[in-house]
Design a protein around this ligand. Structure first.
Ligand SMILES: [Fe+2]
Length: 191
């Protein structure tokens, strides 16, 4: 399994995150893909960051209705927890590869070219492999994000909200430690 559903994630933290989203008070906003995909960032010193052991950042991602992002590897992080804040569970999905090793995924090498990358925002460090991949159906799982997920961000992943008329909002917690470390370092009663 390249991702774990957090069946018993803290209701208190979930409610606090929803309140933060409703308050719309941000340290900065990054237009990762202008008009389609925005990152609303809390300060690294925000008290919410401390509620996730070993987390580096807590951000909120906004995706427009009818949008999608194909499978990719994240730059600058090795693991993440994605927490649904306002998600159309019936018409959207988190998409993630079934295998850790990248050998059997087909890479979109044409997106490696300078300027072809659909993400325009800069990151301080890429940390390991990067790239974009074809979504060959037999290689991927879909999950409707009913509950938060902990996943390996160096496995190709993306989302589809293409059939939804609603926006998609989630909180994404970034870890620079690897997935197999974070499995053991987050509160075990979240599983
Ligand atoms: Fe990603």
């Amino acid at each position: 399994m390249t991702y774990i559903v957090l069946e018993n994630f803290s209701d208190t933290i979930h409610q606090e995150l929803t309140t933060i989203w409703n308050d719309q008070t941000w340290d900065r906003v990054v237009e990762a893909k202008p008009g389609h995909y925005l990152h609303y960032c809390l300060s690294p010193k925000h008290e919410m960051v401390k509620k996730f052991p070993y987390a580096d950042t807590v951000q909120f991602y906004w995706n427009k209705p009818g949008s999608e992002t194909g499978p990719h590897l994240d730059r600058g992080r090795w693991a993440a927890i994605n927490i649904p804040i306002d998600v159309d569970h019936d018409n959207s999905a988190f998409v993630i590869g079934k295998e850790f090793h990248l050998k059997n995924y087909r890479r979109k090498t044409y997106l490696d070219k300078h300027g072809a990358n659909p993400y325009t925002h800069k990151v301080p460090s890429e940390s390991g492999p990067t790239g974009f991949y074809y979504e060959d159906q037999h290689m991927f799982d879909h999950y409707n994000l009913e509950k938060p997920v902990l996943f390996c961000t160096k496995v190709p992943h993306g989302y589809t909200n293409i059939n939804s008329t609603q926006h998609r909002v989630l909180c994404s917690v970034t870890f620079k430690k690897t997935w197999n470390e974070i499995i053991h370092l987050i509160p075990q009663d979240w599983y």
